[in-house]
Design a protein around this ligand. Structure first.
Ligand code: IPD
Ligand code: CA
Ligand code: CA
Length: 251
């Protein structure tokens, strides 16, 4: 469906939270397609999707779906967009949250399917992958992203001006799930972003973690919209301190 939409062109485009937060007819149709397939096969499961699906779970399993992560890239035919799907086990005690047990990120234009299961390692197109071993931030290629709110973007860009002189270089590729998979396969050394939603990071975070990365918020807690930093365990602490010093936890 995504590739057909790209070939067809002339997509109906709408905006959501801001003028730069785009959604196409394909985002919505792809979410419906995924929800129908998953819930058709597993009717007791829950599902939460970026485009509004919110079905409570009766089985304890909940799917977390971003039908197109990187919609801006998709609109331009830029290869950095993906479908991101995670399965999580919802704990009976709501305070304990949920544990992601499986994740898949498909990057169609790169012909790459990243997968992970809890404790089962991470794979790209069925081959085992691992994160990089760079320890010194000065030698680290760091990916990041920007929220859609213009004021927040300005603050996030200011943080990057403090980080850029201290790392190898920065990348802003346009899809958090792909960024996390890039950490998982060593295509970048680290990724951090503030303001993500669960569907942006649930699958990619498991894939990065299963590839050996530490994935946590800047204070070391579970990754959340408040901040996610993924890097190998030797790079993570120094990068986290550098980001906090640069004000990343407030941007
Ligand atoms: C966005 C992408 C982007 C990130 C934004 C996300 P969307 O998702 O993951 O890289 O910087 O924070 O909202 O809107 O294209 O699904
Ligand atoms: Ca997204
Ligand atoms: Ca999306």
């Amino acid at each position: 469906m995504l590739l057909d939409g790209l070939r067809r062109g002339g997509l109906v485009v709408d905006t959501k939270s801001s003028a730069t937060d785009m959604v196409t007819e394909i985002d919505r149709a792809a979410e419906a397609l995924i929800a129908d397939a998953l819930l058709g096969a597993r009717p007791e499961d829950g599902l939460v999707g970026e485009e509004g699906t919110n079905r409570p779970t009766r089985s304890g399993v909940r799917w977390v779906v971003d039908p197109i992560d990187g919609t801006t890239n998709y609109l331009y035919g830029h290869p950095g967009f993906a479908v991101s799907i995670a399965a999580e086990l919802v704990h009976p005690d709501p305070d304990e949250g949920a544990t992601t047990v499986a994740g898949v990120v498909w990057v169609p234009l790169l012909d790459e399917v990243y997968t992970a299961t809890l404790g089962g390692g991470a794979h790209r197109n069925n081959e085992s992958i691992g994160c990089s071993t760079v320890v010194d931030p000065a030698g680290a290629l760091v990916a990041s992203g920007f929220a859609y709110d213009p004021q927040r973007r300005r603050r996030q860009a200011e943080v990057l001006t403090r980080i850029l002189p201290r790392v190898r270089d920065l990348r802003r590729m346009g899809a958090a799930s792909v960024d996390l998979c890039s950490v998982a396969c060593g295509r970048v050394d680290a990724f951090y972003e503030r303001g993500l939603q669960r569907w942006d990071h649930a699958a990619g975070a498991l894939i990065a973690r299963e590839a050996g990365a530490t994935v946590a918020s800047l204070d070391g807690g579970p990754p959340s919209g408040d901040c996610i930093l993924a890097a190998n365990p030797d790079l993570w602490p120094t990068l986290s301190t550098m980001l906090i010093d640069a004000g990343a936890d407030e941007a």
